[in-house]
Design a protein around this ligand. Structure first.
Ligand code: NAG
Ligand code: NAG
Ligand code: NAG
Ligand code: NAG
Ligand code: NAG
Ligand code: NAG
Length: 443
């Protein structure tokens, strides 16, 4: 039986939504120009702040200021207000020579360097389990430029501290560097004191660098935290009910709040639930307990939001890659309906952002985004598609190699080919129209 198809399933959703969350946090007084929360809304200088945002993690990988400014200009032109950017970029020793040769942006590298080389590179290196920061022109100065360009274009940025996945130096590099990957499980990242201390030192580096900037919309603890990664698997201690991620979210959000009383903090997860009665669906003759509802991912959307220093909720939406069984021949379980159900489920007594979503194929986007976007607007969620691309970058003819086989292709890496470009006007217009609606709702 497809889930979300029955009235019963819908009732379950509404029940969890109504009773699953803690009360809203108290409104915090912040300096002028800082976005904060008020109940279920964002607020800027005492007025509601509703928005369409853009994912563009790759901005600090651009090496020319012209291309950064040009991208920001396009994003601003679409009516976007918030841009989500990776504030992590770590490489290991084997990658360093190629990074230097190709001008790859990096903020952390694992390497034993002699003092002279270190002074020359001013690199954030790992030396045993220690590192120093790359605040040089191939490092954090690129992120500085992106933040300053955002400010010039009246945009705010979400800065993400790390990645559950291997791309651009995921959290498993910490495991590798400190313990070696042999016998390690992915989830020790969330529990091991030495790893946590190391991560917090990185967080502190970023927070202290941009702490006074009202251009920062929020800090994000990690992109898409799960018990498992794409290389290492989950250990026996990261299971439904273990609260491994919740405990880590609590420690890290408290830590960031201790450094910075003003900026908002969010988890960065995909929004998975840990429901007492998770959704089930029929697939190929079997009844399947739904991974996104049964706590296996490690997240507990409702429980995590009880943490006082997580200011707002985010969730991601990729039914095509999460459920290859959707639109299975003979199935009545559709990509579009699954997305609508996921948007309905993501309820909180705090502001909510559909922080990433994507579909492959122009026709799929044209067919399905209007109903998802409308439902998100009706539900009061801020909207950030994965992801915005631009045409007309100059460097390497707009096809810059950003990491080995990874390329910014005609404006952006075609992650899963979810990228949308301004000349795909039917799709682009869905977001510019939504941006206008959000603007009218704002002060
Ligand atoms: C899908 O099929 C199941 C089983 O036949 C049925 O219970 C359900 O109502 C159908 N859903 C839709 C959306 O048609
Ligand atoms: C270092 O990075 C390269 C490129 O991503 C990867 O192939 C290699 O396995 C990594 N080595 C270690 C020790 O993590
Ligand atoms: C890294 O460690 C080695 C060995 O302990 C030492 O010789 C070297 O000076 C250290 N480099 C830096 C940059 O601290
Ligand atoms: C990994 O586990 C095996 C089997 O228990 C053990 O022999 C080996 O020493 C372990 N390796 C490390 C690095 O802990
Ligand atoms: C459109 O979506 C369907 C259903 O997920 C998928 O099978 C198809 O490959 C997608 N089209 C493209 C061009 O990606
Ligand atoms: C958008 O522009 C790119 C690059 O010029 C081109 O390859 C693509 O076909 C265009 N798409 C549309 C829908 O016009």
């Amino acid at each position: 039986m497809p889930f979300y198809s029955s009235l019963l399933a819908l009732c379950c959703l509404l029940w969890a939504c109504t009773f699953g969350n803690a009360a809203a946090t108290q409104k915090r007084a912040v300096p002028p120009g800082f976005v904060t929360t008020n109940g279920r809304s964002f607020e800027l200088d005492g007025k509601p702040f509703a928005f369409v945002g853009a994912n563009a993690y790759w901005l600090p990988l651009l090496t020319t200021e012209r291309d950064v400014d040009f991208t920001m200009q396009q994003i601003q032109g679409a009516g976007v207000k918030v841009v989500r950017i990776w504030a992590f970029n770590a490489i290991n020793a084997t990658e360093l020579p190629t990074a230097l040769e190709t001008d790859l942006t990096y903020y952390q590298a694992s390497m034993m360097l002699d003092a002279e080389t270190y002074t020359h590179l001013r690199t954030q290196v790992w030396n045993s389990s220690e590192w120093t920061v790359n605040d040089g022109p191939q490092g954090l100065q690129r992120l500085d430029y992106v933040v300053s360009s955002a400010e010039k274009h009246d945009l705010k940025v979400i800065l993400t501290f790390g990645n559950n996945w291997a791309a651009y130096g995921g959290i498993e590099l910490y495991i590798n560097w400190i313990y070696g990957a042999e016998n390690a499980t992915h989830d020790i990242f969330f529990t091991d004191p030495a790893i946590i201390a190391s991560y917090q030192r990185y967080i502190k580096t970023i927070v202290e660098r941009y702490q006074d900037s009202s251009t920062v919309f929020a800090w994000e603890l990690v992109n898409e935290a799960r018990c498992t990664g794409d290389i290492l698997s989950a250990g026996p201690n990261c299971v439904p009910g273990s609260n491994t991620l919740k405990t880590w979210y609590q420690q890290q959000s408290d830590f960031v709040r201790g450094l910075d009383a003003n900026h908002m903090i969010t988890a960065g997860g995909e929004g998975q639930f840990f429901w007492a009665h998770p959704e089930e669906y029929w697939f190929d003759g079997s009844l399947v307990s739904d991974y996104n509802f049964n706590g296996q991912a490690g997240e507990d959307f409702d429980g995590d939001l009880q943490l006082p220093n997580l200011d707002f909720a985010v969730y991601h939406l990729y039914p095509q890659s999460w459920y290859p069984e959707l639109d299975f021949p003979g199935s009545n379980f559709s990509v579009e309906d699954w997305g609508l159900g996921w948007i309905t489920a993501a309820k909180a007594n705090k502001p909510v952002v559909i922080e990433e979503f994507g579909l492959s194929g122009l026709q799929n986007k044209t067919d399905i985004y209007p109903s998802w976007v409308q439902h998100a607007l009706d539900t009061g969620h801020a909207i950030m598609p994965w992801q915005f691309g631009v045409l007309g970058l100059t460097e390497d003819g707009g096809n810059r190699l950003i990491q080995y086989t990874d390329q910014i292709f005609r404006g952006v890496r075609c992650n899963f080919c979810n990228t949308i470009y301004p000349n795909q006007t039917q799709v682009w217009d869905i977001f510019t129209k939504a941006a206008k609606i959000q603007d009218e709702r704002s002060g």
